[in-house]
Design a protein around this ligand. Sequence first.
Ligand code: PRP
Length: 209
Amino acid sequence: MHPNLVVFDHPLIQHKVAYLRDRATSHRPFRALLYQIAGLMVYEVTRGFPTEAVEIDTPLERVTARQIGAKITVVPVLRAGLCMAEGILEMMPEARVGHLGLSRDEKTLKPVVYMRKLPRDLSAGPVVLVDPMLATGGSAGQALSILKESGAKDLRMICLVAAPEGVEHLGRTHPDVRVYTAALDRQLDERGFIRPGLGDAGDRMYGTV
Ligand code: PRP
């Protein structure tokens, strides 16, 4: 498997993932749930972020407090990463946002890069890659390679549902990157869909099913 995999077993997250899996959940609650789950996950994902001392004047006296000093970058993979990124930004509004457009070819299952817009100084702080679906791992693997080539040094990935195949792929290709997922599912099917999964997150988020 992956030496750096974290699967969330928190009841609140599991409760919300169950709603996401339900085929009766329409795009509006689906987006809200993705947003909420990402906001909950980010609490753990950011645990190791570096902080620095800052001097603050309270109404009563001066105190030395701690704040995150490094420049954080959140990178959603389009389209499906967008809602989770918004949930993360709710918690970290100072973060910059880079965008990677990757589309999985339905026949070859290989990712095709169609958009790439990243801050220049990715090495200036932690970088969080966001994509709800980790299926073959091709898209995430390529996204992580692009981020490393672009200078990212401190990388982690947040997904929602992962297949063992994708986790293994990232374990081989990017063992240094910690992967956080809300669920580790059974397998990929012959079409490359995660089973039991929740369908195609991008389509379900935007009502393009
Ligand atoms: C889905 C998903 C991931 C990718 C996962 O995107 O959001 O980016 O496939 O598959 P992989 O691990 O096998 O690479 P899709 O290509 O359906 O694009 P979309 O988000 O625009 O729907």
